[in-house]
Design a binder for this molecule. Structure first.
Ligand SMILES: [Zn+2]
Length: 146
């Protein structure tokens, strides 16, 4: 299984490395003569694309025959698969807060995906609702509601 960055780079033309985790190449989404596409590999393995003439990321991946999902490493592809098992029933404030902190992270990842313009599948929206329920449950478990 290829990493997202090698998959993307193998489909681009006139790829030139400009830094440890940075490249430039011809943008496939417009008639590009001077390489105007910047490519970066984020720390989590995700690929960041930026065309300086303003092509949308969706247009660029489309022109490469890829989908937005191909910019993400496998383990990040489906946020909805992220820890959906039952949360251990919190028995003290510390555990309750840890649970809430985790749910906030899940919510942030989903919101970040929306913010980037990724299509959000119904499972991710359900996962967001589940986060709310879990925070409620944690609050109830420590006697915070009634
Ligand atoms: Zn472009």
């Amino acid at each position: 299984m290829k990493s997202p960055i090698s998959n993307v780079l193998s489909r681009l033309h006139k790829v030139k490395r400009t830094g440890a985790d940075k490249w430039q190449a011809l943008c496939p989404a417009h008639d590009d003569r001077r390489p105007s596409l910047s490519i970066r590999e984020a720390e989590d393995g995700k690929v960041l694309l930026k065309c300086w003439t303003g092509c949308e990321v969706a247009e660029i991946v489309d022109a490469l025959g890829l989908g937005l999902v191909d910019l993400f490493p496998d383990d990040r592809r489906s946020l909805s698969n992220h820890c959906t098992g039952p949360m251990r029933r919190p028995f003290d404030y510390r555990e309750a807060l840890q649970g809430i902190s985790h749910e906030a992270t899940v919510a942030r990842l989903i919101v970040a995906a929306i913010n980037r313009g990724d299509k959000i599948d119904p499972e991710s929206l359900n996962r967001l609702a589940q986060a709310e329920q879990r925070i409620d449950a944690a609050l109830r478990a420590v006697g915070g509601v009634q």
